[in-house]
Write a protein that binds this ligand. Structure first.
Ligand code: PPS
Length: 452
């Protein structure tokens, strides 16, 4: 600081001396003196401009290199990793470059090449079979029963869009709302009418997430009676995150359709402040300490009835899986009901999709390698794995990657991965509320999920 002040003083002294010198000169001396001063002034300016330019250039270059590293580390095309030497060579290029180092050992490459060939052969066979067997209207073979906001849309979209054997009723956007509604009056014909024709290889599929929790009409029995052979998919997820996702979803619906369900609650905190104590009171009233969750039919029925008595409460009560699962477990077991962890589906989409194909008994045509994270959202999207991705160092730009991704629509991914946030205190309150119910659910399923 002191040194800086001294510098300023020295400068002003220098200019004073310069002025004094200038006035004591003759006219010709003054002209050459001025010329010298002008040249000095120009040199100083040039040096200044060059310094500013080189500092700015260094900053821009540093920023580019940092962005480039971020993209490479944020993008996780399953088993690929960044190749640093190639990365250095390509640093000069304009767009962000992604380098994926594929498998290097020849036996892995060979087996993947064979797998790819087999896949293409199976796809061709399916297409040929389809040509000769266009199919007939049938009841579905797969039904997604919930849970709302746990990833039900992702599961059905990835399967229906990319597996040639899964056929869905697009005209109702995958959800038929058939069971538990007046539509059931139309019987099997009305249900069948939703689905496109399917041949003996293809599976009709729908998902209606509220089946899991909705209606005092017995939906599990209704499904079992009408489509006894159907396999069910249930995705459960962290109930705290689910509640916030559901609230956010309903707020969007309010804007879109003026759906008044939670119109009064402008913030999630307002909603939880009013509804958590309400649901807790209802539970206290109905729960009987002498019975287990499994035998507590009074509470099971009370929770189902909320759909007709206080729909807003279901944003919280839907996450009490230990009660809802009881009705399904009486009629379904692991051979016809697959329970998927929605958190797992988000974090390892391809692995879950592989499991689902095994469970449904269809050829495994969608693999872990076909799912790549979108660098912008952090969610997995579909990008068909092909032989070019097997090259030792497959290179593409970030733009090429993004345009090749088939992601879910904009209505997915509102709250997870950070787009919208709830206050940590409110989330903690919900977490504590759900804790004993989650623990009971883990015991019942014989599995520990990551929600506690
Ligand atoms: N790959 C991928 N891309 C985008 N979103 C994904 C993905 N996998 C899971 N999810 C999560 O799915 C949540 C929506 O769940 P659902 O499809 O069951 O919602 S709905 O009941 O059909 O409205 C959605 O919840 P929000 O984040 O609250 O929107 C997502 O977090």
């Amino acid at each position: 600081m002191l040194d800086g002040l001294k510098d300023i003083l020295c400068f002003s002294q220098f200019y004073k001396q310069r002025q004094q010198r200038e006035t004591s000169l003759t006219v010709s001396e003054r002209v050459s003196f001025k010329g010298a001063m002008f040249r000095e002034h120009v040199y100083v300016k040039i040096i200044f401009i060059v310094s500013v330019l080189s500092i700015s250039l260094s900053v821009i270059l540093l920023k580019r290199i940092r962005n480039h590293h971020e993209v490479i580390s944020n993008t996780e095309p399953t088993y690929f990793s960044a190749n640093k030497s190639l990365e250095n060579q390509l640093k000069q290029r304009e767009t962000k470059i992604l380098i994926h180092t594929g498998p290097t050992d020849s036996s892995t490459i060979k087996s993947l090449k064979n797998k790819l060939k087999e896949r293409e052969t199976t796809i061709k066979e399916i297409a040929e079979f389809k040509q000769n067997n266009p199919g007939v209207k049938q009841l579905p073979k797969v039904i997604g029963i919930g849970v709302k906001k746990c990833g039900t849309g992702g599961v059905i979209s990835f399967l229906a869009n990319h597996h040639p054997l899964i056929k869905v009723p697009w005209q109702v956007q995958t959800e038929t709302f058939f069971f538990g509604s007046s539509r059931t009056k139309g019987g099997p014909d009305a249900y069948r009418a939703f689905f496109p024709p399917t041949n003996s290889m293809e599976l009709g599929m729908e998902k209606t997430p509220i089946y899991f929790v909705h209606s005092d009409l017995d939906i599990p029995s209704a499904i079992k009676n009408m489509v006894p052979e159907a396999k069910l998919l249930l995705i459960v997820c962290d109930p705290t995150k689910r509640t916030f996702s559901d609230y956010t979803h309903e707020r969007v619906r309010l804007d879109l359709y003026n759906d008044r369900l939670i119109a009064k609650y402008n913030t999630f905190e307002d909603y939880v402040n009013e509804y958590l104590p309400k649901v807790q009171r209802l539970l206290q009233k109905s729960q009987n300490n002498l019975t287990s969750y499994q035998d507590d039919l009074k509470t099971q029925n009370m929770l189902i009835k909320l759909h007709s008595t206080d729909l807003a409460a279901t944003l919280i009560s839907t996450g009490l899986y230990i009660y809802h699962i009881q009705r399904w477990k009486k009629l379904y077991n692991e051979s016809n009901l697959l329970i998927i962890d929605g958190e797992n589906f988000r974090e390892d989409t391809g692995a879950v999709i592989e499991n689902i194909q095994d469970f449904l008994g269809i050829p495994k045509l969608l693999w872990k390698e076909d799912f790549v994270k979108n660098p912008d959202t952090g969610f997995y999207c579909f990008r068909k794995f092909t032989e070019k991705h097997l090259n030792e160092s497959y290179v593409e730009t970030e733009d090429e990657l993004k345009t090749s991704l088939k992601c879910l629509g904009k209505s997915k991914g509102r709250t997870r991965n950070g787009a919208k946030h709830a206050s940590p205190e409110t989330l903690e309150r919900l977490k504590q509320f759900y804790k004993p119910y989650n623990e009971a659910f883990y015991r019942e399923m014989g599995q520990t999920y990551k929600w506690l």
